[in-house]
Design a protein around this ligand. Sequence first.
Ligand code: ACO
Length: 425
Amino acid sequence: MSNKKFHLSEEGTDTSIELPVLSSTLGQDVIDIARVPETGCFTFDPGFGATASCESAITFIDGDKGVLLHRGYPIEQLAANSDFLETCYLLINGELPSDSEKEAFEQTIKSHNNVESAVEQFMSGFSQGSHPMAMLCAVVAAMSATYNDTTDVSNADDRMLTVNRLIAKMPILAAMCHRHFSGLPYVSTNNDLSYAENFLNMMFGTPGAKSTVSPVLTKAMDLIFLLHADHEQNASTSTVRLSGSSGANPYACIASGIAALWGPAHGGANQAVLEMLEEIGDEKHIDEFILRAKDKEDGFRLMGFGHRVYKNFDPRAKVMKESCDEVLAELGLEHDPLLKIAKRLEQIALEDEYFVEKKLYPNVDFYSGIIMKAIGISPEMFTVIFATGRTVGWISHWNEMLSNPYRIGRPRQRYTGYAQRDYPA
Ligand code: ACO
């Protein structure tokens, strides 16, 4: 609790209530508004631009300074020195693992490196070409049936089993979505490979053949997972928390997060970036699209630009951009026409007054879309890969919420409909 207090008073009356301020370890303190209903009003904050929905010790973002910390560690340092699985351990447990803890964690994840035949059968019910996000959302929800007897959400061991299962199985499910979407047979998981290489081998390998995934692409894939691992109370994480607050099955909660992630204003932006680049088609059309993005009447937005929280730069985008250059060089794709449009668009938008004034910088989705396209991943899979990396964030927040006292999330509303009226006689 901070020493600061606010008083909310109604003009012309004596009504006044004291609103305590709760201090944060970093960033803005929060005004505790629990007493506001005593005024006869609720607070109104559509889009939650001014509302902290929970307490959390997992991730901190300073959007003005372009800072992202996981358990206190800057994302740039994690990207340079850690890997995805170690970052998963950190997010869940709060501390980096020792060497032996890391080894044990990797073994635990490998021990869950399979999917039940029921899940495979469920997947086979989708027609080829079904959107991979639709399949992922459904199969993760279906896992709530498979694991219902071992998901007592009030039991810490059951919760940890769920965490480990989800981290292990998401890349398998994601790769299955891709193979099914493309009409290809599944490639089995291989415990001799790292997490990221195994994923790329399941995506692009040949059943029964040795992995031929290059170390540069393995590193880039691991980085994509790591950079997407968590981002505090974004739309999908808040959705998982809200679903989980009713005590719902965690696999169903994660499916709700996948659904929220799918939209183009959130994780779906990486697919939308590629579609936009294809629509632009040629560098000579860029100016026309920039004009459309600035035109309020048009509704078109430059996909991969802007962020609700980052108003300086997205630190993940900075790291992703470096990886992007590395991958393009490795694959000899520096002169790919679509990628040339992307580079030119980035340059123009960074200099254009409209984008500079509104602080619309390229976000993580802009560069991740380009890398994934270069690796040969189809745009429909981009958001699935985002979901695969983000699952650890979702489940860490879910676990944090359930490990502490919590109430069901239940926002209020400003009602603007009819007053009560009688059914016509
Ligand atoms: N292109 C053109 N103009 C934009 C863009 C854009 N990409 N983004 C925002 N603006 C403009 C808005 O029109 C608005 O202008 P105004 O003040 O004149 O009305 C102003 O910038 C502020 O935009 P808001 O929509 O109020 O910002 P908000 O914080 O609600 O939205 C969002 C953030 C959704 C990311 C938005 O910038 C956007 O739609 N970007 C494109 C989609 C995208 O890349 N999403 C990925 C987000 S990152 C992630 O999920 C990992």
